[in-house]
Design a protein around this ligand. Structure first.
Ligand SMILES: Nc1ncnc2c1ncn2[C@@H]1O[C@H](COP(=O)(O)OP(=O)(O)OP(=O)(O)O)[C@@H](O)[C@H]1O
Ligand SMILES: [Mg+2]
Length: 364
């Protein structure tokens, strides 16, 4: 039942790695307590307290986080209690994420049945489509801290140090139960076109591959990239699960709108107008749409209003896409083209219909 924890504790004992023994014994105690094995969990807790002064259940990792030898800066960030709320995924992505988590949770069972697999996941896709959020979500669901290393900052520092730093990160993650998250993973591929010496870069890539192979036998690894095309097949092959995180489709956009705060009333917008809203939002990332909706809500709250009008959401999407760089004529033109009447536009801008007409004449 607890083979993987016991295995890690034995391994750590043989390696004389005290931190690792303690942290995996803590994990074992925690798991047993969660399964109702109070007695066994308490016994482990007592041993830990007596021998190491550590309580069985702790919120912090024990090993000190790794630092860069030259700069003395930390090379990982640790989120002890990662959280990711209100995430919306397509059915396909959600299914794949669940599969990955289920496999991780049932590693022991799978191994007993002779099934071999490693716990590595590659997430790729456009910026703002939930790669980092999904990593947090998985760690939160598994009840583990998230150890985040950004490869772009590692690689851009002295290459000579990079292989060492990569090794340190994996060693650190091995010492305690956690999810290791390598963000901006394509930095490895990108560095190849830079001024870096090729031989040295090869060493970095090899060191990464070796560390991944070893770590992934027991540790959980997630990597994320916006540029999957920059990864070579040797890297690609190593991931047990690969998930593309696409931009939201209609169903997901609808869910995002339905997730607006309860005090916001969206019932005044007609079905035909919703179709136009979706048209303007399709093609944007989750993060962009969230921004648009947040800005809209903020403005409504400032005006003490709770009812969303078609124009509110349309204009906000326009402002977002044009980064505030537009003329009143262009905006009015856009509204009319999207089915806003001259009267509605006049109400929105708090001007007369005559002024809207003038605006349209000027923009022709
Ligand atoms: N699937 C989603 N559901 C709801 N909100 C999301 C989703 N994906 C992203 N967001 C919102 O967008 C923000 C940015 O997302 P996140 O950092 O996860 O994207 P990313 O894919 O890692 O982007 P990057 O490539 O820039 O690192 C999140 O904080 C969240 O508010
Ligand atoms: Mg990210």
């Amino acid at each position: 039942m607890y083979y993987s924890e016991i295995g890690r504790i034995i391994e750590a004992g043989l390696e004389r790695d005290r931190d690792k023994v303690v942290s995996f014994a803590q994990l074992l105690a925690k798991k047993m307590a969660a399964d109702g094995e109070e007695k066994g969990s308490k016994r482990i807790g007592d041993i830990l307290e007596r021998k190491s002064g550590n309580k069985a259940v702790t919120d912090s990792l024990i090993a000190p986080p790794p630092v860069d030898q030259e700069s003395r800066m930390h090379i990982v960030e640790i989120e002890y209690h990662p959280s990711a709320n209100d995430l919306i995924f397509s059915k396909a992505v959600e299914g794949k994420l669940m599969d990955f988590m289920e496999t991780v949770k049932n590693k022991d069972k799978m191994e007993q049945m002779g099934l071999e697999f490693n716990m590595s996941l590659l997430l790729y896709g456009y910026p703002g489509c939930g790669k980092t959020s999904a990593a947090k979500y998985i760690a939160a669901q598994l009840g583990l801290p998230l150890v985040v290393a950004r490869l772009d900052t590692l690689i851009s520092s002295l290459l000579g140090n990079t292989a060492k730093n990569i090794h340190k990160i994996f060693e650190f993650a091995k010492k305690q139960p956690c999810v290791l998250f390598l963000d901006e993973f394509d930095a490895i591929g990108k560095a190849r076109d830079d001024q870096h010496e090729l031989g040295e870069l090869k060493r970095v890539v090899n060191s990464l591959l070796q560390n991944m192979d070893e770590y992934c036998q027991n540790g959980i690894l997630i990597a994320a990239t916006n540029h999957h095309e920059l990864l070579d097949s040797a890297i690609w092959r190593r991931f047990q699960t690969v998930i593309e995180m696409p931009k939201p489709e209609l169903a997901e956009i609808e869910k995002m709108i339905n997730n607006l705060p309860d005090f916001i009333d969206i019932t005044q917008i007609k079905p035909s107008q919703w179709n136009k809203v979706y048209d303007t939002l399709l093609g944007l990332s989750y993060s962009d749409i969230k921004n648009i909706l947040n800005n809209m809500v903020k403005k409504l709250v400032l005006k003490d209003e709770h009812t969303v009008k078609f124009t509110d959401i349309l204009v906000e999407a326009y402002l977002f896409r044009n980064h505030g760089n537009y003329t009143m004529e262009q905006l009015v033109q856009y509204m009319i083209e999207h089915g806003v009447s001259q009267k509605q536009a006049a109400i929105y801008f708090n001007v007369s219909t005559r002024q809207i007409k003038n605006c349209l004449e000027r923009s022709e």
